[in-house]
Ligand binder design. Sequence first.
Ligand SMILES: *Cc1c(COP(=O)(O)O)cnc(C)c1O
Length: 390
Amino acid sequence: MSHEPSSHPDQLSPDTVVVAAGRPAREHDAAVNPPIVLSSTYVGTGEVVDGDRAYGRYSNPTWDPLEAALSELEGAALPGLVFSSGLAAVSAALSLVPVGGVLVMPRHSYQGALVMAQEQSGKGLFALRTVDIANNDDVIAALTGAGEKAADMLWLESPTNPMLEVADLRVLCRSAKAVGAIVVTDNTFSTPLVQKPLELGSDIVLHSVTKYLAGHSDVVLGALITSDETLRHTLLHHRSIHGGIAGPFEAWLALRGLRTLALRVERSQASAVELARRLDVHDGVEKVLFPGLDSDPGHERAKAQMQGFGSILCIEVAGGETAADALVGALRLWTPATSLGGVESLIERRRRHANEPASVPVNLLRLSVGIENVEDLWNDLAQALDAAAR
Ligand SMILES: *Cc1c(COP(=O)(O)O)cnc(C)c1O
């Protein structure tokens, strides 16, 4: 039995790969799309050996084409691993930090990842050093330990959520290697079409597939991708034993969503640049955080390691928390909701979450730019900014 999805000619561009990857073998009357397999168990006799499907917690044929596509997009040598959520993937990746080890993490990491690391470190599993990820000296000092123990893992997220700080991925991956630390990069905000962490020196790439990859705000799923055989084996074992597996329907939906990733990213990135420029000169906005603006501190670094600047931007609203809430309340097209990366534009005041770090301004709104017409998006923002200023 073959678990391998069909292959296609090498060196297709990524916007073709999202369409072509993970298709069933081309045989007469074969389905063009991979089917959903709903079975919790597989026929087997004799000894169970590595690679057998055996049971639904170990494998499911519906995962395979998605895992193949994610691996191809990230430029990995091995199939990816899908998990029940981005945080299930975070949990598996954090399990690689040895007991008594040291984890270095951005102080503005995705909140759920930060909370998990803080809780585990609070239990004494490992030491957590949080850093300003945009400051190379700060990160390198935390990695080497300045007389204390050197780091075992460097967690990277770039741009960060929600402060949109840009990490110098090449330099930091090299510095982590020099002290023998594993590098995990959360690439959710950028997608593999915009940033390729494995090429920049990361050992593992993490995705909340929930966001851009699935792209329609109708599925929760995560993934880890690596070219390292040993790391992949450990992560696969973690998934099988801890049980954070993807449902077959979710995996199927994610691959269906992935087919349009290039179009969605192209459109939303272009709109994000346009909206950021207009917001940047609006009186109702104190500050725009977006690496796509020439004036942004992360702009040059982003240009050197990304193809575009992503489609998340943040604004600090003049008039503080009250004005920010009023703005959100006055919007008609933008949906007030957490999450990001879907076709529909979402907006959220991040500090409404009690867990959000206090260093995130109370008047900060995070905008996830969708694929609607950019003038409609702008008009709605402009009328809500007016309403908030009244
Ligand atoms: C949403 C998100 C996660 C967590 O993923 P879930 O699918 O919600 O579990 C991790 N990292 C980033 C950057 C995210 O935006």
